[in-house]
Write a protein that binds this ligand. Structure first.
Ligand code: AMP
Length: 300
């Protein structure tokens, strides 16, 4: 079973109550791919600019991540994002965003990737998400993520995308913004009317909520005692979820719930350090162990 992700590949500057990191590896597709690669091989499609450091993709060395679908575009600049969590660890304030290549045309999906069955459209311009999705004719599961910027500025494109996907992952503030509903269960039901068969609403330190036609499921976050940098928690969550689903070949409610628990556990490693450092220190054995611990913490 083959998993593919497309999304942003970028250079971040992040400030949190514990420190600041400038020019570090970031981007939605990068966090997703690293997290998913604990479970299954991952293909990445995206674009960076000429200015992207030559060693940028070394982060995937020794991981089952195929980066051959990442285009280095001449004359273009890499996506850059600068965010702050100083006021609220649960919500990034975007200090600056330079879309650069994200405002250009989508990367071409290499022919050898067209058989991908599991497709994740990580957060990027919804028109690029649709352009990439159009390439896949035999996909089995398509899930997308989005964010406030696109809900505000590209609503029409986003609504078109929602009609073409099976699942949507977004955070609580974004769900409220998209639906104008304060209550998250009501917001999730409105999202279902827009197209997806299931929606996962991430609530930061309060965990997540999944709603489908017949099911409502909630999970707390893993009770972490220290949050250093929340950047990428959402993308890693989605990576863990999709990576696990790819290994299962079914989307029964029970499988989906286990997948959400793996996503939750992976995100707890991401937030333990800046950029990808937390994930880079983690092993699959640790993930499985923490998954059992998480399960135990919820049984009564
Ligand atoms: P999250 O998992 O939501 O914390 O996502 C964090 C990542 O999203 C950062 O590494 C950013 O580079 C990336 N990002 C921020 N803004 C955007 C945007 N408008 N489009 C795509 N990616 C973004």
């Amino acid at each position: 079973m083959s998993l593919i992700v497309t999304g942003s590949i970028g250079i971040d500057t992040v400030e949190t109550p514990t420190g600041r990191r400038e020019g570090v590896v970031g981007g939605s597709a990068v966090y997703f791919a690293y997290a998913a690669s604990f479970f299954a091989p991952v293909r990445v499609v995206g674009v960076v600019g000429e200015d992207c450091p030559a060693d940028y993709l070394d982060v995937f060395a020794n991981r089952p991540v195929d980066v051959s679908g990442i285009e280095r575009r001449k004359g273009s600049k890499t996506f850059r994002w600068s965010g702050s969590y100083v006021k609220d660890l649960n919500e990034a304030v975007t200090v600056q965003v330079d879309l650069n290549v994200l405002a250009e045309q989508a990367a071409k999906v290499p022919d050898r990737f067209l058989d991908s069955r599991y497709v994740f459209l990580a957060n990027t311009h919804p028109a690029l998400q649709q352009a990439t999705l159009a390439a896949f004719k035999t996909s089995k599961l398509v899930v997308a993520d989005t964010m406030n910027l696109w809900i505000n500025t590209e609503r029409a494109e986003l609504l078109k995308l929602l009609k073409k996907i099976d699942g949507l992952v977004l955070n609580d503030g974004e769900a409220r913004m998209l639906t104008q509903k304060k209550n998250l269960v009501a917001a999730a039901r409105d999202v279902l009317k827009m197209g997806p068969k299931f929606v996962v609403i991430k609530k930061g330190e309060h965990g997540c909520l999944m709603v489908s036609a017949n099911d409502v499921f909630v999970l707390p976050a893993f009770p972490a005692d220290q949050v250093i940098d929340p950047t990428g928690a959402g993308d890693s969550f989605a990576g863990g979820m999709m990576g696990y689903l790819t290994t299962q070949g079914t989307f029964s409610p029970a499988t989906l719930k286990r997948a959400l628990a793996f996503g939750t556990v992976i995100a707890s490693y991401t937030i333990s350090d800046f950029s990808l450092a937390g994930l880079q220190r983690t092993t699959r054995d640790q993930i499985d162990q923490r998954w059992q611990e998480f399960k135990g913490a919820m049984s009564f």
